[in-house]
Design a protein around this ligand. Structure first.
Ligand code: VAH
Length: 325
């Protein structure tokens, strides 16, 4: 998300200070007035950074995603919960006024008990099924609830706002450690002519959106007048599709793509607990959420053109190969 968010913030005239576990690459540093390689869990270093560059807005993207969190719950708690609450604590103690704190939450906060209940439920509203069935969803829901609590009342020293993102599909970057990763992985593999084995069943249905729509949504909520908001955490989505529908649409653009389905039980259990779709009417009503991309437009207008450009064969790739010796 950061790869798309940094240029979007710079284009809007923000003076961006970006931090990550390791130094940012040059193509991301160019959008920032300052960058720093800081461990989120190093409270002294994070405090020094906040003192050096006191922010008016914090967009906190650092997280261990769902599959990685399930494999290492202790690390997930340290990064996703201690890291988030530690950053909120530093902001509340160091900054003269309550900062806007943007928190990418997830549909992982929802937990449907079984595939039959998931199919029967259809779209889930923000107040429904918040009984996460995996570590990452528990991490995200707890941070949402505490962020909302600390933002309550006239003397609150925090303006916490969260978006419960669906699966995100980017042409620029590939996620790691997520359980919706199969969608971007399938498309990037097809664009490179590589075979892909999908780790969820073909019938798996989830909500998704494109990364441009996700970044636009985050910035729209950040810019919304506080008095317009009726909640601290909002659903947003672009479209609800099955893994088979993603395969079929991918094949329409890359007919020679080789895509198979080989579900991994632990990851299938996670996606089976997530909703087939989410109701984003509150975001549309309160702060004008309006995604650009439905499913076919996501591929035709954004993903396929960008992926073709990204993976177009270089001259070296297409030059006639010298005869084998
Ligand atoms: C994950 N992409 O797969 C994230 C997301 C809806 C899931 O939060 O963990």
């Amino acid at each position: 998300m950061g790869a798309r968010l940094l240029p979007a913030l710079a284009e809007r005239g923000f003076a961006v200070v970006a931090t990550d576990l390791s130094e940012l690459p040059e193509d991301r540093r160019v959008h920032c007035v300052a960058t720093a390689a800081v461990d989120l869990l190093d409270a002294a270093a994070m405090t020094a950074l906040i003192r050096r560059h006191p922010p008016t807005q914090v967009l906190h993207l650092a997280a261990l995603l769902s599959s990685a969190a399930e494999r290492d719950p202790d690390l997930a708690h340290r990064v996703n919960v201690d890291g988030t609450l530690g950053l909120i604590r530093i902001c509340r103690q160091e900054l003269p006024t309550a900062p806007l704190f943007m928190f990418p939450s997830s549909i992982a906060v929802y937990g449907l008990p079984d595939p039959a209940a998931k199919a029967k439920q259809g779209a889930v509203g923000e107040w429904e099924w918040t009984i996460p069935a995996a570590v990452y969803g528990c991490n995200k829901l707890y941070c949402e609830l505490l962020g909302a609590l600390l933002s309550r009342g006239p003397g609150a020293r925090l303006d916490f706002r969260a978006i419960r993102f669906p699966g995100l599909i980017s042409a620029e970057t590939l996620p790691t450690g997520g359980t919706t990763d199969y969608a971007p992985e399938m498309l990037h593999a097809a664009a490179q002519g590589k075979p892909y084995s999908c780790f969820v069943a073909a019938t798996t249905r989830l909500p998704f959106m494109t990364m441009p729509d996700a970044v636009d949504a985050l910035l729209a909520l950040a810019g919304a007048p506080a008095e317009r908001l009726t909640r601290r955490a909002y659903n947003v989505r672009g479209f609800s599709v099955t893994a088979a529908e993603i395969r079929d649409e991918t094949l329409r653009h890359f007919p020679s793509a080789r895509i198979e389905f080989d579900p991994v039980a632990a990851r299938q259990a996670i996606v089976d607990s997530w909703p087939a779709d989410i109701d984003d009417s509150a975001a549309r009503r309160d702060w004008g959420f309006a995604p650009r991309h439905g499913f076919t437009e996501a591929l035709a207008d954004y993903l396929i053109p960008e992926l073709r450009n990204r993976y177009k064969p270089t001259l070296a790739d297409t030059a006639p190969r010298p005869p084998a010796r």
